[in-house]
Ligand binder design. Structure first.
Ligand code: SF4
Ligand code: SF4
Ligand code: FES
Length: 250
């Protein structure tokens, strides 16, 4: 009888935000169509390392299991990507799993990505329709407007674009590509455009759009193929126009 196939997974672990990282290796029975989340679930069912040591199940985030919720992002063989769509058969072994390096580790593979949500708040990434009375129907969007907006609306807040960005670090405080793309999305929305000036103003100054070095790592890492570099150049042009206009208005 042929030997049963094994999947070897190495996981970088950390018990708490202050803890020191360490590695553990696991050998799992191979199954067809396995992905990285299935590996982590199998480990949770039988948390024993390859050398027979009983250990704690691995902490990680996941929800939708179909690349929609954005929560399962991690470094897989050194690449920022979604664990639920990372098929074992397409990965070199041993499969190396690490938490994102630019976000605080909560535990094991789970990181705190709050910074993205703070950045989205700072640029008011929403359509302002809250109120106590019926505002009536909004302006209709043309098919062309909808087509342009759709790719931008696919952002799943996974933060892959920020993890791979050389400019996203504590020194620059750069907001990152995802936030800039959402500025473009909401500024091109007929109702959302009411906050256009405020959004562009939020991207000026330290940590703003001028921090982008245009290295384009972001667009390559984005699992949803969001046109990030095009968004950065369009929003960058609008920020510049507004800044110059403001200068003359003074
Ligand atoms: S183009 Fe480069 S510097 Fe700009 S957001 Fe993307 S990865 Fe970062
Ligand atoms: S722009 Fe792409 S990589 Fe960045 S958070 Fe959104 S989906 Fe993820
Ligand atoms: S579990 Fe939702 S994107 Fe992977």
């Amino acid at each position: 009888m042929p030997e049963a196939k094994e999947v070897i997974v190495r996981v970088k672990r950390q018990v708490s935000p202050q803890g020191s990282p360490y590695w553990e290796e696991f050998a799992l029975p191979w199954r067809p169509a396995m992905n990285v989340i299935i590996c982590l679930r199998d480990i949770a069912e039988n948390p024993v390392t390859r050398d027979g040591k009983k250990t704690a199940p691995i902490s990680y985030d996941s929800n939708c299991l179909e690349e929609v919720c954005g929560s399962c992002a991690m470094l897989i063989n050194g690449k920022a990507r979604m664990a639920c769509s990372a098929l074992v058969d397409k990965l070199d072994q041993p499969i190396r799993l690490e938490p994102f390096s630019k976000f605080p580790v909560v535990r094991d593979l789970a990181v705190d990505r709050q910074v993205l949500f703070e950045n989205l708040k700072a640029v008011k990434a929403w359509v302002p329709i809250d109120g106590t009375y019926d505002l009536g129907p909004g302006p209709r969007m043309t098919a062309e407007q909808q087509e342009a907006a759709y790719p931008l609306s696919r952002c799943i807040s996974c933060c892959c674009c920020m993890e791979v960005c050389p400019q996203f670090n504590d020194e620059t405080g750069f907001v990152g590509a995802a936030t800039i793309a959402q500025v473009r999305l909401f500024n091109t929305h007929p109702t959302g455009a009411a906050l256009e000036r405020e959004r562009l103003a939020a991207l000026m100054g330290d940590g703003g759009i001028q921090e982008c070095g245009y290295a384009q790592n972001c667009v390559e890492a984005c699992p949803k193929d969001i046109p990030l570099t095009r968004s950065i150049s369009e929003v960058g042009g609008a920020v510049m126009k507004q800044a110059i206009g403001d200068l003359f208005r003074k």
